[in-house]
Structures are given as C-alpha cells and as structure tokens.
Design a protein around this ligand. Sequence first.
Ligand code: NAD
Length: 371
Amino acid sequence: MGPFEFIKKHGEHEEVVFCYDANVGLKAIIAIHNTSLGPALGGTRMWNYKTEEEALTDVLRLSKGMTYKAAAAGLNLGGGKAVIIGDPRTQKTEGLFRAFGQYVNSLNGKYITAEDVGTGVQDMEHVYMETQWVTGIPKDFGGSGDPSPYTAHGVLMGIKAAAHEKLGTDSLKGMRVAVQGLGNVGSNLVKYLYEEGAKIIVSDIDQLRVKHHHDAYKCEVVAPDQILGVECEIQAPCALGAVVNDQTITQFKCKVIAGGANNQLAEPRHGDQLRELGILYAPDYVVNAGGLMNVFVELEGYSPDRAFEKTRKVYDNVKKVIEIAKRDNIGTHTAADRVAEERIETIGRLKQKHPGKSSRSFTTLKEVYNR
Ligand code: NAD
C-alpha cells in the first residue's frame, strides 16, 4: 500500500507533513486531521518507533482522537498531533527541537503543538524559540505548565456527572472509588476525592506512591491485579489504556467507570458490553479533556483560575453524552463520537458560509482564542 492510500485508510486527514533534517537527525511527522472548528492542537510525542509505518499509524490515530476530544469538549480547536522518531532518553538536542519548531512554524498556526509522552516543558521551550505556535511552555514564558491537576479536576467532574445519573447523587461522600494509577493524574484525583469525603481504594506498581497515598489520604490499598475487580461504586482508571478488555470485562463490580486514562476500551464492542452489564461508562476523552481545556486557556493569556473554572464544563459534557446515549439507545462511547461529529458538521457548515471571525488563518495565538 502506498503512503496516500495508507493515510486515507486511517481517516480523512487534511494534511500530513514529513519533517526531515539530516543535520540534527530530525525525522518527524505532523498530522492535521481536521480544522473545521479551529486550528489543530495536539502534543508532540517522541518515541523509539521500530518502523516509520508504526510512527505514521500512531500519528494518524492520535490526531484523529484529538479532533474528537476538542469537539466533544466544546472547544474551538481541531485535531492534530506530531511524532518525532527517536529515543527520548538519548536523542534529544536543542537543534532537533528547534528544527522541528521551524516545521511547526511553516504551518502558520494551522497546527499548534504541546508536550506529550517523551517530551517536556524544556523541549517546548526550544520549539518556542522558532515558533509561537506552541502551548505548554514554562510558566515564566506565560505558559500553563503541568496540565494534570486540571485533567484530574475534569475527571472529578466527570465522575460526579456519571454518579448523578447512575447513583442519584453527585455527592461523593462515603462513595467507594477505586483509582488505578497514582501518577500525575491519579494522585491529583485522589486529593480531590479525599476532599469530597470519598472512600478511596488505590493501586500502583510503584510502592512508594502507594505508601504515600495510604498515609496521606487514608486510602485502602490493593494489588495491581486486584484493583479492577474491587467492590465499589466507581472505577477510575488513571494508568493504562485498554483496561476494559475480554479478560477484565467480567471482573468489574462497579456501577460507573470514569477515569483519566486514554483509550480505556480495548475495542468499541467493550463499550456495548459494559452497557449490557448495566455499568455506566463515561467516555475517556470526554472525561479527561481538562488538560486540553487548560492549554486552550493558555492561548488567551493564562489564568489558573479560569482554567480551573473551565474544567467544570466536563460535568455538562458527560451529562450531554449520557442524554444522547439514552435518546438514541446507544452506548455512551458511540454517543460521544456522535456529539463530536455533530458539532464538527454543524459548525463546519456554518463556517463554509460565513468564515467571519472563525476564519482559519491567524497571525497570533491570541487571535485564535478571540475568534
Ligand atoms: P503517569 O505516568 O504520571 O502515571 C501513571 C501511573 O500508573 C504511574 O504511577 C504508574 O506507576 C502507574 N501504573 C502503571 N501500570 C500500572 C498498573 N498495571 N497498575 C497500577 N498502576 C500502574 O501518567 P499520567 O500523566 O498520570 O497519565 C495517566 C493516564 O491519563 C494516561 O493514560 C494518560 O494518557 C492519560 N491522560 C493524562 C493527562 C495529563 O494531563 N497528564 C491528560 C489526558 C489523559
């Protein structure tokens, strides 16, 4: 299969840019999936891909995911993503990220980058030396820094919306909530749950993290292979993808699954199976959009209070998805896609007639926000 056919097979992407600079060893791909709602925003992943095909598959899949996440979050952003082929532990240089920044710059704001797996604030600082089209830059430069407290706050809102639907209350006082993974998102979520008065059950493969959360937030601790099967009202996966799969699906003893991890369903059919089992699944990309909302606020001139406020919208977004699922008699995972697709279509059509303020060419990041 040729590259064009390959790209088409993975979705109707608007543009795919191959970035190559032999002097600094740059091999990267930027994929812009859809800009109907606004410029394509999505992080840059650096990973030691075994083949270029693997890298291309990843960037096409991830950029499409960003389109859906932004659309369902109600943001005026499109979906894009970039991957740099290389080992993030040994192959990072200033030159590499500056050369990459020049490619980002050449897209004139159609794609806005940020940090992702394998890249960090320091790398974005180097990208920022070559282009303004970057978010997640250090706080000293007016950036928003670590997004995970905002992601976790959005997850809390998603949990509350799902609890309201399934358990008749959005108070989490006395509610048993299981949290898998105590990293950036999980540990912030535990803190919020503790403040809500929830009974928290945790698990992590890192024993130091487990001990800290047990001591600081009186969490019950279970082994990593036990967490998904614990008796609880809410499961909040905050570690790995594909936690709902053929092996785990019969283990769940919860009423709701709502967590921060990406790609929680191994396959869409597992979403349908959860529905048949009477477990309410709050779709991952709707629940974990708080981090994206946070970088969106950065486009305006960053304010932590406003970012925090914005993440409250996850509550309404999850509620909306649940309503559509009930209306159309479908699983919530399908309903989330429907919400995103409907918004892209409606607003996209609107913009074809009257590009007005939401025209796709921008000269500054601030303009993106002020559309
Ligand atoms: P992280 O690497 O900081 O934390 C992951 C944690 O999971 C680690 O503590 C790790 O030890 C633990 N873990 C790994 N395998 C485990 C297992 N089998 N059982 C229990 N714990 C295990 O990552 P993060 O930034 O907290 O992100 C967590 C998830 O949320 C990821 O899927 C990520 O893609 C998603 N997400 C994160 C953000 C963000 O703002 N950081 C935003 C959106 C989505």
